[in-house]
Design a protein around this ligand. Structure first.
Ligand SMILES: [Zn+2]
Ligand SMILES: [Zn+2]
Length: 348
């Protein structure tokens, strides 16, 4: 019942708004009564535009002119109540938006979407990233970005314009119950090698890392090949695949059938989180927070990308302890490094 309501309510809202908008146009058309020729030449567009006088001609009566002033503003206000799906639908099903500055609405939607993200994400940044794009297109990029669960090597490691900064801490169970054990970690990627390099932290030798999208289902090492039949289960080697076959056989037949439907494929992909291998430590799993920052963690340690609005003091500066304590107390995001990340709502 609840699910039904969730589907029906937005549907109704869109239907009502579309009906309103269409009624508005009808009224407008009746009032202005443009000839067929005027309509064909885009008379309606001119009507709703800022300079309406030309096609209105002799019929530009007092009544018409007052209507001419209204629609842009009213229609934009009505359309501003829609979410991106509703707005897309109105754009696809009616012609009214052609005359309006709808991109203004896409800008608003973009700003609203990004205001819930951490400090490093802003409309200005997205504008710079796609300098000639419309706000609608930028919004579409943001919408797809919102679904991304895998981090890129460029984000993880130093030296690209997408590089993120990383803070490391031990989990309370491993002796990291305070800010004292927090430090910055630097991922330095290897030239020529994809998604691997070394993690640099004070007090440790460089620790080799490898970012892997799939793990061997037998030995949990980075996997390079998948079962050719079901295309779902990954292995590091022929040996592991052979060792797995007896158990995998029945499951494989079922998975192979499921594989034909796109949605179950997506579900399988979502169920397998990306993983970071660091030296011989147990696997670290990659998760994304609602504010788009990343958490990479296992039972003992946590690495977190940190937002640009959080200025981290130099480790050896005299004011280090005090400022650090203050920062971590006040910044809800950084507090995650001290308090274990248990709240499920924190994650996407
Ligand atoms: Zn293996
Ligand atoms: Zn299989």
């Amino acid at each position: 019942m609840l699910a039904l309501r969730r589907v029906l309510v937005p549907g109704f809202a869109v239907a009502i708004i579309v009906a309103l908008v269409v009624a508005c146009i009808r009224r407008l058309r009746r009032a202005s009564d443009p000839s067929k020729e005027q309509l064909r030449q885009g008379g309606y567009e001119t009507l709703a535009a800022d300079t309406p006088q030309t096609t209105m001609g002799a019929k530009g009566s007092h009544e018409t002119r007052s209507l001419v002033g209204l629609p842009q503003e009213i229609l934009l206000n009505v359309l501003a109540m829609l979410d991106h799906k509703g707005l897309t639908r109105v754009e696809a099903t009616t012609k009214i938006t052609r005359a309006l500055d709808v991109d203004k609405l896409w800008y608003t939607l973009t700003e609203r979407a990004l205001s819930r993200k951490s400090g490093r994400f802003s409309v200005a940044r997205w504008q710079a990233r796609f300098p000639d794009a419309s706000w609608k297109l930028r919004f579409m990029h943001i919408d797809s970005e919102n679904k991304r669960r895998n981090i890129t090597e460029a984000e993880l490691s130093e030296g690209s314009d997408q590089s993120l900064r990383w803070l490391f801490n031990f989990k309370p169970a491993a002796g990291g119950a305070s800010t004292a054990t927090i430090q910055e970690g630097r991922f330095v990627s290897e030239e020529r090698e994809d998604a691997q390099g070394s993690l640099h932290m004070q007090g440790y030798p460089p620790l080799p890392y490898k970012l892997v999208d799939h793990l061997c289902s037998i030995c949990a090492q980075p996997a390079t090949q998948k079962c050719s039949r079901c295309r779902r289960v990954w292995y590091c080697s022929r040996q592991c695949q052979r060792a797995a076959w007896k158990e995998h056989k029945d499951e494989c037949a079922v998975l192979a059938q499921l594989g034909e439907t796109g949605s179950s494929q997506a579900a399988a992909a979502a169920a397998e989180p990306q993983c970071l291998k660091i030296a011989n430590f147990p696997n670290h799993f990659v998760k994304r927070l609602q504010n788009w920052e990343w958490i990479i963690e296992n039972d003992n340690v946590v690495l977190m990308s940190f937002p640009s609005d959080a200025e981290i003091p130099e480790r050896h500066s005299p004011e280090y302890d005090e400022r650090y304590e203050e920062l971590f107390r006040d910044h809800p995001m950084l507090r995650l490094l001290v308090v274990p990340t248990t709240g499920a709502q924190l994650f996407l």
